[in-house]
Design a protein around this ligand. Structure first.
Ligand code: ADP
Length: 494
């Protein structure tokens, strides 16, 4: 009996999971690691700690499952996207900390690129908006700010990689410098139409091509990981949201998922064509298997489940996140309260970094229950905005939305999501869809599974939510929500 191991290297923790031939996760190990905040708006990780925690969790999950390296058919990797690492090819040591996707240090450089009129070119080639979020300007920052980096890069001595590349490099003991198409598509350096690094962009950002990894499809031979002296193939790699879309088996055009964690990430399979968003979403590569490239539209909400964390830790209204559902259900409606949790600005489709959080419609009769309800509704309204934008870009309605992530356990919230969307919402029994997606890519590569049809049969529904409620009332509520969002935009501008 052999298994697939999924390495899920996230923003706050490294996890290793064991998946059996029926697509069931039979064991997992998880370790949090240090978040480094050297300056306002800066977020870093120690690349050595990322690697150490990831390989440590692999060892732990194998030992607690009593599985040897020989029992692993293949390894799949999924990871926090955009986070940028540059290392020395000879020593294998990173020359600077990993600059995390959340890091804003290159925001003003992005503004300058926009002022110089480059935004349309970036969007057309990469599908992305010019934002500090993506890797490209982070690479440039390291080359310009770390002594000697530029000269070494020009001499071909340095390697750049997102976290997947860093793990592959270390797992193969420095043999392979690879990434996959989904991680490449988040660097701001990759042309998603030509499926290649873009020379014009590299020149504009002054990044030597010799630093870049070779880009492979998601199911590929990424090399052999040396685990306790045994060679185990690394067969699958994909960025976290892409892996979740695959793990949810949204394999047909028009299928979409939303992950409800700290933030919410919605992705819609748009088939074999890039759909250029007219509604402020990102176009991205969903995955590539063989020669077949599948594209997606993506939208993210910065504060999703995090609004519940704030009610817990900031306001101390609840002791744990699960209590929010019962508190919200002490009231039959929101009592006219709308809560826009724009704590760090607001993401797609608004993209306003100066928006700030706001509650409006508070009266003397407002209760904790109303606020709890308004907070949960806010998560659903934000996702509704993303899905509505996707439907406009696609020119059609979504048949169903598949959901996962910690906050998707909240039945009342997910029911309300279905109500405002007017769409069926489906929740699978296994919410670890990100890890499953990476395992599936790996398993397909080594023939552990025959094809995606076989994998589709593993999908088990926990529950379906059908839209309910009065459509006119819901429409009026959505328009109230938009009125509230309008009032918090631009608030923090000088
Ligand atoms: P991440 O992977 O981003 O750390 P998770 O998928 O683990 O997130 O989900 C955790 C988030 O979900 C937290 O922000 C938490 O506040 C929220 N959450 C957990 N349970 C519930 C619940 N029952 N209702 C609403 N939000 C919840």
């Amino acid at each position: 009996m052999k298994y697939i191991v999924s390495l899920d290297q996230g923003t706050t923790s490294s996890r290793a999971l064991i998946v059996d031939s029926e697509g069931t996760i039979i064991n997992k190990a998880q370790k949090e690691f240090t978040q480094i905040y050297p300056n306002d708006g800066w977020v870093e990780h120690d690349p050595q700690e990322i690697w150490g925690s990831q390989i440590g969790m692999l060892a732990e999950v194998l030992s607690t499952s009593v599985i040897s390296a020989k029992g692993i058919a293949a390894i799949g990797i999924t990871n926090q996207r955009e986070t940028t690492i540059i290392w020395n090819r000879k020593t294998g040591k990173a020359i600077y900390n990993a600059i995390v996707w959340q890091d804003r240090r290159t925001a003003s450089y992005c503004d300058k690129l926009k002022e110089d009129g480059h935004a349309d070119m970036f969007r057309a080639k990469t599908g992305l908006v010019l934002d500090a979020y993506f890797s490209g300007t982070k690479v440039k920052w390291i080359l310009e700010n770390i002594e000697g980096a530029r000269a070494k890069a020009e001499a071909g001595e340095l390697a750049f990689g997102t976290v997947d590349s860093w793990l592959i490099w270390n797992l193969t003991k420095g043999k392979n410098h690879y990434t996959d198409v989904t991680n490449a598509s988040r660097t701001l350096l990759y042309n998603i139409h030509k499926m290649d690094w873009d020379d014009e962009i590299l020149e504009l950002l002054d990044i030597p091509k010799s630093m870049l990894p070779e880009v492979l499809p998601c199911s590929s031979d990424f090399g052999m990981a040396n685990i306790n002296g045994t060679n185990v193939p690394i067969g699958g790699v994909a960025g976290d949201q892409h892996a979740a879309l695959f793990g949810q088996m949204c394999t047909e055009e028009g299928m979409g998922k939303c992950t409800y964690g700290t933030g919410c990430f919605a992705m819609l399979n748009t088939g074999n064509e890039v759909v250029e968003s007219k509604h402020n979403l990102l176009s991205t590569i969903a995955w590539q298997i063989g020669d077949q490239v599948t594209y997606a539209l993506e939208g993210s909400v910065f504060i999703g489940g995090a609004v519940i964390q704030w009610l817990r830790d900031g306001l101390k209204m609840i002791d744990n996140a699960e209590e929010i559902e019962a508190l919200a259900n002490t009231e039959s409606d929101n009592g006219g309260v709308y809560f826009v949790p724009a704590f760090v600005g607001i993401g797609a489709p608004y993209w306003d970094q100066y928006a700030r959080g706001m509650m409006i419609g508070i009266g003397r009769n407002t209760t904790k229950g109303h606020i709890a309800k308004a907070a949960l509704e806010a998560i659903a309204y934000q996702v509704n905005d993303l899905v509505t934008a996707m439907e406009k870009d696609m020119g059609g309605a979504l048949a169903e939305l598949r959901v996962d992530g910690g906050a998707s356990a909240n039945n009342s919230m997910i029911q309300f999501q279905s109500d405002v969307l007017g769409t069926k919402v489906v929740r699978p029994t296994e919410l670890e869809t990100t890890a499953l997606g990476a395992a599936y890519f790996a398993g397909l590569q080594v023939g552990y599974w025959r094809d995606t049809n076989e994998i589709k049969s593993f999908y088990k529904e926990d529950r379906q939510f059908e839209p309910k409620g009065d459509a006119d009332i819901l429409e009026a509520q959505v328009s109230k929500w938009h009125k509230a969002v309008d009032r918090c935009l631009g608030w923090a501008k000088e």
